[in-house]
Structures are given as C-alpha cells and as structure tokens.
Design a binder for this molecule. Structure first.
Ligand SMILES: NC(=O)c1ccc[n+]([C@@H]2O[C@H](COP(=O)([O-])OP(=O)(O)OC[C@H]3O[C@@H](n4cnc5c(N)ncnc54)[C@H](O)[C@@H]3O)[C@@H](O)[C@H]2O)c1
Ligand SMILES: [Zn+2]
Length: 368
C-alpha cells in the first residue's frame, strides 16, 4: 500500500492507495470517530461493492445506506436533498461519518451533504473511477450542478481520509478509464516532466491495469494535486493550473451536451489545443506537441475537437466560462513541457489559428 498526506494544517488527511484496501477495516476505523455511518453510492456501484462494505463496517457501527440514481444529470439539489433526508430519517447525529463510495458524481454530492448536514460531519472518500481517484476525491471541492451552470453550488470541505482501492478499476468501462487518464497525463504536462516521460513508457501497461504501474500513476497524480492544493486550497492562484485544457474542454462538453463527450475526453482535446497555442507562442517544440498528442492517443483519447463545432461556438462558450476574469479570457498554457502558467496574455491570432487548424483537421479526419 502507498500512503501520502494532503498537508492542510489541522485539516490534513491521508490518502491510501492499494489493491483490495476497501476491505481493510482498520483504515476506516482510524477515520470514523462516532458509531454511525452513512454510505452514499449509486445504483451501478451498489451491486458491485456495497454489500461487502456494509458487512465489514456493521461489526462495529450502525450502518445505513443511500443509493442514488447514476448519472451527472442527477447531480442536483434535489438528489442532494435525498441524502440529507436519508440522514435525518435514520436519525444520524453530528458524530456520524458519511462515506462516498463511487465516482466523482457520488463524491461531490456526498461531500456536499457531509459539509452541510448539521453544519458539517466527517466524511471519507472511497473513489471508484480513475478520474475520482486522481482528481475529484482529493482537494475538498464538493457540490452539485444548477440548471444554469455546472458545479455552481458547493463548498470547500476536506475529507478525513481518501481510500483508493485499485481493484475497483477492474469493473470500470474502458472509456471511463481513458477519461481518467486524461487527468493523469495533465499532471505530467503541468508540473512533472519526468512523470510525463514515464507515462510515455508505461501507457500500454497502465491501460491494461498493471497493478503496480497504475498504483504508481495514481500516487504521482495525487502527490501533484496534493502539492498544488496545499499551496492554494481555494483556488486564488496556482490551483488554476489544474484546469489545463478545461476551458476549451468545457466549451466542448456544453456544446455537445453533457455525457456525449466525457469530461476527460473533452479535457484531452482541450489540452491539445492549449499545447498547440503554447507551441505557436514559442514555448514548446514541435516534438513536444507530437509527443503529447501521441500520449493522449495511446490512452485512447480524442486529440481533435468535434468536427461539428466552429471557431464562433468555441469563442462564445469560452467567454461564458467561470475562469474569465474582468472580461479577459484566462487560459492555462505551458511555459515548457512540465511547467504550466495561467495567463490572459496570448496573441489572439495564434488562439484563432490553433482553433481553426484543429477544426479543419477534425473535418478532414471525418472525410477520410
Ligand atoms: N471535486 C473535484 O475537484 C472534481 C474534479 C474533477 C471532476 N469532478 C466531478 O466529478 C464528476 C465526474 O466524475 P467521474 O468521471 O468519476 O464520473 P461518474 O461519477 O459519473 O462515474 C462514471 C461512471 O462510472 C460508473 N462507475 C463508477 N465506478 C465504477 C466502477 N468501479 N465500476 C464500474 N462502473 C463504475 C458510475 O456509476 C458512472 O456511470 C463530475 O461531476 C465532475 O464535475 C469533481
Ligand atoms: Zn477535470
């Protein structure tokens, strides 16, 4: 088992990574302080992993469960309210512990319920998708969507512990594995050039879920995220580098309709756009660009935007993105491979050329 700590003073917490560790009761015992536990999961994950967790914890705790409908469309105030209702109906008090068993949707919603139930009760993340293991379970962003915007309601609220069981990845659909890999590659690009090199070597092993390799990749990713979060918990500055490819990506996600392009797929195509722009500005070599494209492709991710989009649709969507400050579009770009910067200082002509060329290449790729 690998262990690391997210260093946030008295809100610091451990991240455990290992095969089968969702069955190690001692990890839970250390993070649970009361006698009540509420496991929140969804109806896809429940048949796979819920019973075993309930039996394990029932030996020492009063365990209740709350099974949500699966899907980003259910990441709403209404379904979040159902978690609070379940807690109240089962008479959970302020010493209860909420356990989020699932991907980022379950983690964000259960975390927000924990942040707000009786003004805050402890919670534990047990992320079961690669994306949630390397990204959403670490760093304390919790919340739900509003019809007018994604993740528009929420709180910063850190868990007591993150328990990452790599065995759960065995049941994950390949497309979801790829989507999570986009965020893994992101860490190499923004802050860890040696990790990027290592990913180039190991991507085939990672895609076939070699356990040692995937545990290392998750460890390095969590380490990168934990370091950034420790410096800037509430995204006043450096934490924004974690959004490489995300402003372009959100434009793709919203334009195509949520769910048609997975978040990680949109981030991959969006990162390639940010990388191309960084190259046009003279920050990267052509080889840096081709290596990055090849790495996303090795993870079975798209590297071009949808051919149905236009320059105008990108600009319109990106102008609405919450990262736009004072009217100027701020982007995460690379100063070099392994070093990101956040800036609104880029030539508009290069920005337009990056998008136009990629959209043209996407059209060509569909004609062939
Ligand atoms: N809080 C943060 O910092 C943060 C960061 C990134 C993303 N997010 C949020 O995370 C969400 C996306 O998370 P996600 O990619 O994990 O999606 P998800 O939670 O929707 O999970 C993807 C799919 O995989 C299924 N699944 C989960 N684990 C499985 C397993 N082990 N085996 C089989 N199927 C499994 C889920 O039921 C779902 O159908 C978005 O809502 C996004 O806003 C939050
Ligand atoms: Zn992301």
């Amino acid at each position: 088992m690998r262990t690391l700590t997210v260093d946030l003073g008295d809100r610091s917490y451990p991240i455990f990574i290992g095969y089968g560790i969702r069955q190690q009761k001692a990890l839970f015992d250390d993070a649970i302080h009361g006698k009540q536990v509420m496991i929140v999961t969804n109806d896809t994950i429940a048949p796979l992993y819920l019973d075993a967790m309930v039996s394990m914890l029932s030996a020492d705790y009063k365990v209740d469960t709350c099974v949500l409908p699966d899907g980003e469309v259910f990441k709403t105030l209404e379904i979040y309210g159902n978690i609070l209702t379940a807690l109240l109906e089962a008479k959970h008090n302020r010493t209860t512990t909420v356990i989020a068993l699932g991907g980022g949707v379950v983690g964000d919603m259960a975390g927000f319920a924990a942040a707000t139930y009786q003004r805050g009760v402890p919670f534990i993340q047990v992320p079961t998708t690669l994306l949630s293991q390397v990204d959403s379970s670490v760093g304390g962003k919790t919340g739900v969507n509003h019809p007018l915007g994604k993740n528009m309601i929420g709180a910063f609220y850190q868990p007591q512990a993150v328990i990452i069981d790599t065995e759960t990845l065995l049941s994950l659909p390949q497309r979801e594995l790829s989507a999570g890999m986009a965020e893994v590659i992101k860490y190499g690009l923004i802050c860890d050039a040696p990790f990027f090199d290592w990913l180039e070597q190991e991507m085939p092993a990672l895609m076939s879920l070699d356990n040692d390799k995937i545990s290392d990749a998750i460890y390095q990713s969590c380490l990168a995220k934990a370091k950034v979060v420790a410096q800037d918990e509430r995204e006043g500055g450096i934490r924004a580098i974690l959004n490489l490819g995300h402003t372009f990506g959100h434009a793709i996600e919203t334009e195509m309709g949520y769910g048609n392009w997975l978040h990680g797929e949109a981030v991959a195509a969006g990162s390639v756009l940010a990388i191309d722009l960084s190259w046009r500005m003279g920050n990267l070599t052509e080889q840096d660009v081709s290596r990055s494209v090849a790495l996303f492709q090795a993870a079975k991710l798209p590297v071009l935007p949808p051919q149905t989009m236009t320059l105008e649709s990108f600009v319109e969507r990106m102008a609405l993105d919450k990262k736009v400050l004072d009217g100027s579009l701020r982007l995460v770009l690379l100063a070099s491979l392994g070093d990101a910067i956040v800036t609104s200082d880029f030539p508009m002509e290069d920005f337009n050329d990056s998008l136009s060329d990629a959209l043209e290449a996407s059209k060509q790729a569909h004609i062939v």
